[in-house]
Design a protein around this ligand. Structure first.
Ligand code: PSU
Ligand code: MN
Length: 339
């Protein structure tokens, strides 16, 4: 067994790490709790002028397979297509696995009892022998535990952060703590739209976490494109410069924190922000009237938006996930060339 008790790195990922080849970590909370299991057609929100659109159009899409599974396969393909080895992370029978194979992904995708694991949950799930999708925080921990070397680059849809209404209930995602303490570069389309994005950006500032706007001066807001007036502290326009900035943060300035590479949702796949705000407000009110709270709020909100007219949040979600995995792959290539 590779690594410490209850943690296994797959042979493919371990070989790539041993040889210094680029690897991209990927989460599975999106598989177990973010995307629906019901089969669906291929997402079509992205045109052929976008790389993620070409990737989605150019690969097979099994419209009879669970949508969450097919999406996560497409995300891993995107990292591979960029030239990196995907390391999809999840908990199977209590073991934190770094590099799930297709059978393990399918098992997690179909398992309605699978839990959502953040950092605090790993030990409990381990002794219970349970199955879980890992959040950004738990996946970043896994990236650091990868054997024989840590994984430096990770991709997701949107990070967790400071929830709206934090003044009355301090619901602040462990993703922020992980970004403060785990030296992993995280490519995400900003923070989940259901959050207080301003407060989340302030918290990242307090924690000393660099936020690099990829090709933008404004803060990306998940499927809603860009924030109208929130600025990112730094703008970066290409993967090579992103990798140099990440390298300097860790190696020149010796800061052992994560770095958020904020990659906006491709414009043709993003949803009008006022429309999205209205959907979130309705969903949050519904969640509170049903007594849904804590970690259950995001999955509830996402499912509440599925039936909404005039938007296709699922297509937008998959488009940005594919785009982020692809960018993470390109950054990982530059980082591994440097070391
Ligand atoms: N974005 C989504 N859906 C999700 C998540 C993000 O659209 O399910 C997940 C990510 O895995 C993120 C987690 O790490 O939600 C944060 O959850 P919490 O706020 O409970 O820490
Ligand atoms: Mn929370």
């Amino acid at each position: 067994m590779n690594g410490s008790a209850g943690v296994v790195t797959s042979p493919e990922v371990a070989d790539a790490l041993a040889e210094g080849r680029p690897v991209v970590g990927l989460e599975t909370a999106v598989l177990t709790h973010g995307l629906p299991r019901e089969p669906r057609e291929r997402p079509t929100s992205l045109g052929p002028d976008h790389e993620a659109g070409r990737l989605l159009a150019g690969r097979d899409w099994d419209a009879g397979a669970p949508f969450n599974l097919e999406s996560v396969r497409a995300i891993a393909d995107a990292a591979r297509h960029a030239g990196a080895v995907p390391a999809t992370i999840g908990v199977i029978d209590g073991v934190l696995r770094i590099g799930l194979d297709d059978a393990e992904l399918e098992r997690l995708a179909l398992d309605e009892a699978a839990r959502k694991a953040s950092t605090r949950d790993l030990a409990g799930l381990s002794v219970d022998g349970a199955c879980a999708g890992t959040t950004v925080a738990a996946s970043m921990r896994a990236c650091r535990l990868a054997s024989p070397r840590p994984i430096e680059v990770f991709a997701t849809g949107g990070i967790g952060g400071v929830h709206r209404d934090w003044q009355s209930r301090p619901d602040i995602s462990a993703d922020l703590r992980a970004l403060a303490t785990e030296p992993v570069a995280v490519v995400a389309s900003g923070a989940k739209v259901i959050l207080d994005v301003t407060a989340t950006l302030e918290a990242l500032d307090s924690l000393g976490v660099p936020v690099l706007g990829f090709g933008t001066d404004r803060m990306p807001v998940f499927t809603a494109g860009l924030h109208d007036d929130l600025k990112v502290p730094h703008r970066i326009d290409d993967p090579e410069t992103a990798s140099r900035c990440i390298d300097r943060h860790w190696n020149s300035f010796g800061v052992a924190s994560g770095i958020l590479v904020a990659n906006p949702c491709p414009a043709d796949a993003s949803i009008d922000s006022s429309r999205l705000d209205a959907l979130v407000d309705t969903g949050l009110a519904e969640a509170s009237s049903l007594g849904i709270e804590g970690a259950d709020v995001t999955p509830f909100l996402l499912s509440s938006m599925l039936g909404a007219e005039g938007t296709d949040p699922l297509s937008s979600n998959v488009a940005l996930l594919v785009s982020n995995a692809s960018l993470a792959g390109r950054i990982a290539i530059h980082l591994s060339a440097r070391s």
